[in-house]
Design a protein around this ligand. Sequence first.
Ligand code: FES
Length: 160
Amino acid sequence: MALAYDSGNEQKFQELLRRYPEKRAALLPALRLAQGQWNYLSDEVMTYVAGRLELEPAEVRNTATFYTMFRKKPVGKFHVQVCTNIACFLRGSDELMHHCEKKLGIHHGETTEDGLFTLDHVECLAACGTAPMMQVNDDYYENLTVASVDKLIDGWRRSS
Ligand code: FES
């Protein structure tokens, strides 16, 4: 079956087209909508977005590849991204990353067998003043400790 934005995303996509007279300018938000709907940007999804914006699929692929926020492979329900750049590193992000690995039983780039968690370490997410931090899906968690990460992960497990 051919891909299509669901009705909510189609409405948002139409709003984007109204906001950006030049269709190409809507590429990043259109990709964001697509990632939200399909979890990651497969070739098929990128081709779909290209078609909607009258762009070449290769151009969409190049853009999606450039930005690390766009996923090219599926992730778990909770995409845990621990910042390990300098400010976070100096405030213990290594310890947090190792703790996540141990608690979840996975390493960087892996997903738990139940599909709940994907773990990644990432470069600076521009929240250095509240290091160490991590991003989980669209939310930032800052001033983290091993204990607070533990609590967060337990909470997500319980809620799923
Ligand atoms: S170094 Fe971690 S947010 Fe900047």
